[in-house]
Design a protein around this ligand. Structure first.
Ligand code: GDD
Ligand code: MG
Length: 366
């Protein structure tokens, strides 16, 4: 069985990180997100996937070209313009085998039992089975009302507060019969959540499978940092040989450096005397942390630099960005690629956008 992985979105809620890195490739414990996705699909017994792409497709294709996927086959369906979450599946049709398929949102990190979801789907006359997870605030998701037989009675994308009738939401992992492809008009933007699921529900052919396993949509700075912490802590995706101190042997570590697990440090990093790295941090390729600097619960992307005496807490530092001498960056701040927080400055809950990128007002948010 094959999957369609939807990775055509622009990742607007994870800007400015996603100006340079598609959401599909943001690293968790220094492994691009798609690595976890392939492991997840394999865990469900799938043998290949079609990547439904639109935004920054070259980077995603280059990533897969560099991987040895041990027989897991990959095809690419690239959109000329965004076709939406159902249009993206339709566009992948030529690479599917005409049988039952799995579809996943390409920004969902989960430990759910995919094999069991497929099994449950096959035990019903469903044309589609949506997996569900329980969240505190369903307003950012697709709310799903089910009955005692797991038949879906209502699918409501992004409900308003006064429409919340359940905490169960669409987990972004579906099992679909090929008939669903016939319901999707070709060559126009179609939303599976707003158009196809309500239609399947009306036909009484939409079922649900509830999972209580780990689940997170990594699409905002807050949830990306939380997912990074969880992966570093071994809460999801951990294998038998999991290392809490995942430090590349090339790392240059100065005197009196504190590395507090869990941390992940990629190739070519330099940690100077007296610096502290810990509390669930990951440092990408060639990052530099200066003397007595502190990095805690943060993600430093490739080539980021934290100068002497600076403090970075609970924040995302973009590729080649720099936190100046003695500066403080905290409170879920995000620095875009190449941004600089000057010497001694404080950035608290702030966003700095890459030099040269025009950002329309109010287009950035947590
Ligand atoms: N190919 C393609 N084309 N993919 C797209 C497009 C498109 O036009 N638009 C979005 N995608 C991809 C995104 O890249 C992402 O991986 C996935 O589809 C879902 O899009 P998001 O923009 O992340 O949606 P969301 O998080 O607001 O809501 C969706 O996911 C929730 C679970 O995380 C919905 O499916 C909700 O119902 C669901 O609860
Ligand atoms: Mg999402």
């Amino acid at each position: 069985m094959r999957a369609v992985i939807l990775v055509g979105g622009k990742g607007t809620r994870l800007r400015p990180v996603t100006y340079d890195i598609p959401k599909a490739l943001v690293p968790l414990r220094n492994q691009p997100f798609m690595g976890y996705m392939v492991d997840f699909l394999r865990s469900g017994g799938l043998d290949g996937a079609v990547l439904s792409l639109g935004y920054l497709p070259d980077q995603i294709q280059a990533y897969f070209a560099s991987q040895d996927l041990d027989g897991f086959s990959i095809d690419y369906a690239v959109e000329d313009y965004p076709l939406g979450t159902a249009g993206g599946i339709k566009n992948a049709e030529r690479y599917l085998d005409g049988g039952t398929m799995v579809v996943v949102n390409g920004d969902v990190l989960t430990g759910m039992d995919l094999g069991k979801a497929i099994e449950r789907h096959k035990a019903t006359d469903a044309l589609a089975t949506i997996t569900l997870t329980s969240v505190e605030d369903p307003t950012a998701y697709g709310l799903v009302e089910v009955d005692h037989e797991m038949l879906v009675h209502r699918f409501l994308e992004k409900p308003a507060y006064d429409e919340i009738s359940t905490n169960l939401v669409n987990a972004g992992v579906y099992v679909l019969e090929p008939e669903v492809l016939e319901m999707i008009p070709a060559d126009r933007e179609v939303s599976i959540e707003r158009e196809i699921f309500p239609e399947l529900q009306a036909q009484g052919r939409l079922y649900a499978y509830v999972s209580s396993s780990y689940w997170k949509d990594i699409g905002t700075p807050r949830s990306y940092l939380a997912a990074s912490n969880d992966v570093l802590s071994g809460a999801v995706g951990a294998r038998e040989d999991f290392e809490y101190l995942d430090v590349h042997p090339s790392t240059q570590v100065g005197k009196n450096v504190k590395l507090l697990p869990p941390v992940s440090i990629a190739e070519g990093c330099e940690i100077s005397n007296g610096a502290t790295i810990g509390g669930r941090s990951s440092l990408g390729l060639g990052c530099r942390v200066g003397e007595r600097a502190v990095v805690e619960s943060s993600v430093l992307l490739d080539g980021a630099e934290v100068e002497a005496g600076a403090v970075v807490r609970g924040s995302i530092i973009g590729p080649r960005a720099r936190v100046g001498h003695g500066a403080i960056v905290r409170g879920m701040s995000v620095l875009g690629a190449g941004c600089v927080v000057g010497e001694g400055n404080v950035l608290d809950q702030g966003i700095r956008v890459n030099p040269g990128v025009f950002v329309p007002p109010r287009s950035l948010s947590f």
